[in-house]
Design a protein. Structure first.
Ligand SMILES: Nc1ncnc2c1ncn2[C@@H]1O[C@H](COP(=O)(O)OP(=O)(O)OP(=O)(O)O)[C@@H](O)[C@H]1O
Ligand SMILES: [Mg+2]
Length: 361
């Protein structure tokens, strides 16, 4: 990847007249590119641009950004522009964050088993274990990864070495401490992680992100950038209240419009119980937050889940014909019906990167 365009690379005339610190307006004038296009490049190719500098209360670029933007525009900056990606049939994966207000509702089980069912339906699926507390996707999947995403920073490992093959050929990325580092580490290290994750976004169809429960800032930031959100609810009243409180603090819009929010009700005894919970959640969201929740389905409480866990096998592999497995398959099918091609034109991890960068400024 080319980086670090120097002022000395610029033609003499430009060098002479260009102010050293440039707003996006200035860059638009210098490059002749529209501001919206520059913003798009900014979110898609942060690695190819110089770091922004805080001046007063605005973020500005140094003058090397002019050449860098031109370079991206000319298509030599590595990667493809949005339009090019579409014409080549290239898209980013759907990034679906699985979350809940309350812990212990079944997020990890659902993330893993949903990925397996999506893979069985022909989609290339990767699970990113982004639970910053207790990362345990690999435990449920029965794999022992040697590396996690932290090694991208600490040992310069390639992301392909970090992804471990899981059941049915899904990919599993142990995030763990690395995800926490993403929020805290230096911007150089962060870029490395984000760049790696973006590579996965370019290769996979769907990335399921198992997030931690609750409202920590890292979880919230990440949820704000994912393409789609899947809330796991249970019939427990606090699960509903906590999910509602979490939804309330997540911005409604992604950069491509309204972000789809789904619900799945887990560990229910009856269908009636499931529909009561989903209806209550969606009517609260509609009435008080003006947000539409799309209900994807339910999963029964079933001892198969515990039995499968004891064998360190996902329940959809342990017993594909168990009710919980069939329930999960139905949710996977419902999710595929919700496919929105425009979601796949931009990178969730780039959005995340930009967000934490702005938070710093
Ligand atoms: N449908 C189900 N039927 C029976 N038990 C279930 C079901 N779903 C999950 N469980 C059990 O509930 C517990 C919590 O599940 P899981 O670890 O997937 O939840 P989680 O939301 O990821 O928890 P955490 O917030 O701690 O990350 C586990 O013991 C799991 O076996
Ligand atoms: Mg979990």
């Amino acid at each position: 990847m080319q980086n670090g365009y120097k002022i000395s690379d610029l033609p003499f005339e430009t060098k002479k007249f260009m102010p050293t610190l440039l707003s996006i307006d200035d860059i638009s004038r210098e490059t002749g590119l529209e501001e919206s296009l520059l913003r798009f490049y900014e979110s898609e190719y942060p690695d190819d641009l110089p770091e922004k500098i805080l001046r007063g209360d605005t973020l500005v670029f140094d003058s090397s950004a002019v050449e860098a933007f031109k370079h991206i525009h000319d298509g030599h900056g590595g990667g493809h522009s949005g339009d090019e990606r579409i014409s080549k049939g290239l898209r980013f994966a759907r990034v679906i964050a699985v979350t809940s207000g309350k812990g212990g509702v079944g997020k990890t089980n659902i993330s893993l088993n949903l990925a397996i069912e999506l893979q069985r339906l022909g989609r290339m699926c990767v699970v990113l274990d982004a639970d910053m507390g207790l990362a345990n996707v690999h435990l449920l999947a029965g794999i022992n990864p040697r590396l996690d995403i932290m090694n991208v920073i600490s040992e310069n490992r390639n992301i392909s070495e970090i992804i471990t093959a899981g059941p049915e050929g899904i990919g599993i990325i142990p995030g763990g401490a690395g995800m926490l580092a993403l929020a805290d580490s230096s911007s150089r290290d962060r870029k490395k992680i984000v760049k790696s994750l973006k590579r996965v976004e370019e290769a996979a169809d769907i990335i399921i992100v198992d997030t931690g429960a609750g409202m920590g800032p890292s979880v919230r930031d990440f949820l704000s950038c994912a393409d789609e959100l899947l809330f796991v609810l249970t019939s427990d009243i606090t699960s509903l209240a906590d999910a509602y409180a979490l939804l309330k603090v997540i911005p409604r819009n992604g950069d491509l419009g309204v972000r789809p929010v789904y619900s799945v009700v887990n560990m229910v005894g009856t269908l009636k119980q499931a529909s009561d919970v989903s209806v209550r959640f969606s009517s609260c969201a509609r009435q008080f937050l003006g947000r539409e929740i799309q209900h994807l389905g339910y999963i029964l409480r079933d001892s198969t889940v515990g039995a499968a866990t004891a064998q360190r096998t996902p329940y959809t592999v342990f017993n594909p014909q168990a009710k919980v497995s069939i329930n999960t398959r139905n949710i996977a099918a419902a999710l595929l019906k919700k496919e929105m091609p425009e979601i796949r034109l931009s990178s969730s991890f780039n959005r995340y990167m930009n967000m934490i960068q702005e938070g710093e400024g």
